[in-house]
Design a binder for this molecule. Structure first.
Ligand SMILES: CCCCCCCCCCCCCCCCCCCC(=O)SCCNC(=O)CCNC(=O)[C@H](O)C(C)(C)COP(=O)(O)OP(=O)(O)OC[C@H]1O[C@@H](n2cnc3c(N)ncnc32)[C@H](O)[C@@H]1OP(=O)(O)O
Ligand SMILES: NC(=O)C1=CN([C@@H]2O[C@H](COP(=O)(O)OP(=O)(O)OC[C@H]3O[C@@H](n4cnc5c(N)ncnc54)[C@H](OP(=O)(O)O)[C@@H]3O)[C@@H](O)[C@H]2O)C=CC1
Length: 500
């Protein structure tokens, strides 16, 4: 049987969401590991004053593509951007482009989605469900289509504890979408992704379909280099906020499984599933739960420990305070620490900014942080069990060579090493900080520690002075402690004189 790279040789691939986090890694891996692929058609919209061509050329200049550029400096010739706004009728693809795509595309990877948790329902439905439906209609017109791979999320059915690799009944009949009375999901994102799965499955008698359900997608593990990450989504924003010393407390269950999955693992599985779907043409849509928890579990408590120690070794620049964050599942405890470790320092810092003629900003930052964290807590406070039989089945069909090139065996993942590279990745690629600045960042942390010691000492002395001035008992205790200290010092001095 053809290897994965052999299968993609000469194929025309259509990708949605190619400018996103996972889409970029997919494009890079296809170009690097399947160098004979014919053309990648990317559905892209103009954005922020940039045409789609400008966006794609900017994307190809990104560091992520360094290895591909080295192997084949002309790789951009394989990329054809197609103008498309997925929320518009017929995806706003021109008739000429429709003609071109329907005559040559062999495989579709549908990655585009809105992944915001606070997206208004109407827009989330438009993009995650209706655009998927429209893409499926386009797919049915394609004369040479061999596989349609849809990227879903492992949390599409987060209302269940145990999740099999099947499509569950939709939370609402997709036809009655806009009149749905209630979500029955924590956010519009998981709700619309569950609906999209049903819409995709309904076409499985006409198309060969695979559905990939990644859990929480994090930085790359190995490819194209460890630690690649380019956004604040999911845990990345939390890690950065903790590394900057802003986030000190968060509600999460120490013992719950943190189901992170590296982005390169998801993409390797996606490409392998594309190959399997096209070659084996399974009768029903196959769902691949792409998770780590059941295979190589790691817990939020362990993540906290490794994130904190990693940022102490490799500090971020200009931290607000020394990184020292704790997670707790206790609501009241968390509220207490929010008050003491977030709101109080923010107030003091804003006061300092005001007094020095600058605009206060810390309280505003904390309000935004609390909003973001509040949306994530649902996922960090409980755990789920995913069945991953199809992932194992797929692995068993790969040749030893493909298992190496398209590695998705997470048993080999060393979590402490992965988290270290992840934290370094947020520093280098999200915040664009230079590793050579680490000594200066360490120096800044020492300065912060000294400020904290001085502040705490002054506070203690102040409280004590106020207290002593008012109470005889406090004065007695004070004199007792001071005389004890003197005795200890004299004893220490005497014994060190004797030993000398
Ligand atoms: C205590 C520390 C120790 C660490 C251990 C514990 C860690 C626990 C981590 C728990 C994480 C759990 C994550 C579970 C997620 C599972 C969900 C399923 C997975 C998926 O399928 S999809 C991927 C998940 N999707 C997301 O994560 C999107 C969530 N984001 C949003 O919904 C919105 O961005 C949000 C948070 C509502 C904010 O909206 P808004 O205020 O409108 O701001 P913008 O989005 O426009 O962003 C403005 C600006 O801020 C940057 N940004 C965004 N998020 C963060 C953040 N969390 N921290 C810092 N900065 C952030 C953003 O990039 C923008 O910057 P610009 O420069 O572009 O303006
Ligand atoms: N990140 C994660 O943790 C997880 C992600 N997933 C799934 O993986 C897929 C990719 O996620 P990820 O890469 O992280 O998401 P990103 O937000 O990084 O990327 C989303 C992509 O969709 C495109 N897009 C959004 N709206 C439109 C539109 N109206 N018209 C055309 N294109 C549009 C974006 O284009 P533009 O650049 O123009 O905005 C971008 O390319 C999604 O389906 C998501 O549900 C699943 C599990 C976890």
């Amino acid at each position: 049987m053809a290897s994965i790279a052999d299968y993609y040789a000469g194929k025309n691939v259509l990708i949605t969401g190619a400018t996103g986090f996972m889409g970029k890694v997919l494009v890079e891996k296809l170009l690097r590991s399947c160098p004979e692929v014919r053309t990648l058609y990317l559905l892209v919209r103009p954005k922020a004053g940039q045409s789609m061509q400008e966006r794609v050329s900017d994307m190809m200049k990104c560091k992520l593509f360094d290895r591909v550029r080295e192997d084949n400096p002309d790789f951009h010739q394989k990329i054809v951007p197609i103008s498309s706004e997925l929320t518009q009728p017929a995806l706003a693809i021109s008739p000429e482009d429709v003609e071109r795509l329907t005559s040559c595309v062999n495989i579709i990877f549908h990655c585009a989605a809105t992944i915001r948790f606070d997206e208004p329902l109407k827009h989330a439905l438009q993009l995650n469900v209706i655009a998927t439906q429209q893409l499926l209609s386009l797919a049915q017109q394609m004369h040479h289509l061999q596989a349609f791979i849809h990227i879903s999320t492992a949390y599409a059915n987060c209302n269940r504890r145990h999740i099999d690799e099947i499509i569950y009944p939709p939370p609402v009949e997709p036809k009655n979408l806009l009149s749905a009375p209630e979500l029955r999901r924590p956010n519009t994102y998981t709700y619309t992704k569950a609906l999209a799965e049903c819409v995709v499955q309904r076409e499985s008698s006409k198309l060969s379909i695979g559905i990939i359900r990644p859990s929480i997608v994090g930085a790359s593990w190995q490819e194209p280099f460890p630690g690649w990450i380019d956004n604040f989504n999911g845990p990345s924003g939390v890690f950065i906020a903790a590394g900057k010393g802003i986030l000190r407390t968060m509600r999460a269950n120490n013992d719950a499984v943190a189901d992170l999955i590296p982005v390169d693992v998801v993409i390797n599985l996606t490409l392998a599933a594309g190959w399997y779907t096209a070659v084996h043409r399974p009768k029903a849509a196959l769902v691949y739960n792409c998770t780590t928890g059941g295979i190589n579990p790691f817990h939020w408590g362990e993540i906290e420990h490794h994130v904190m120690s990693s940022f102490k070794r490799n500090p971020l620049e200009q931290a607000f305070r020394r990184p020292n964050a704790n997670i707790t599942s206790n609501y009241l405890m968390n509220q207490y620490w929010v008050l003491v470790s977030h709101k109080f320092p923010a107030l003091i810092y804003d006061l300092y900014l005001r007094l020095s003629g600058q605009k206060p900003q810390m309280m505003r930052i904390f309000n935004r942080l609390h909003k973001a964290i509040g949306l994530l807590e649902y996922f960090s406070s409980q755990d789920w069990e995913w069945n991953s039989e199809n992932m194992n089945m797929l692995m068993s069909h790969l040749s030893p060579e493909d298992r190496k090139t398209f590695n998705f065996d997470v048993r080999q993942l060393n979590w402490p090493e992965y988290i270290e590279n992840y934290c370094i990745g947020t520093k280098k690629y999200v915040l664009n900080e230079d590793m050579s600045d680490i000594p200066a960042a360490r120096q800044h942390l020492r300065k912060l520690r000294n400020i904290r010691y001085t502040f705490n000492t002054l506070l203690l002395v102040f409280i004590w002075r106020v207290f002593i001035a008012r109470s005889q008992m406090a004065r007695n205790i004070w004199y007792f402690v001071v005389s004890l200290c003197f005795k200890f010092l004299s004893y220490f001095r005497a014994s060190s004189t004797l030993t000398n």
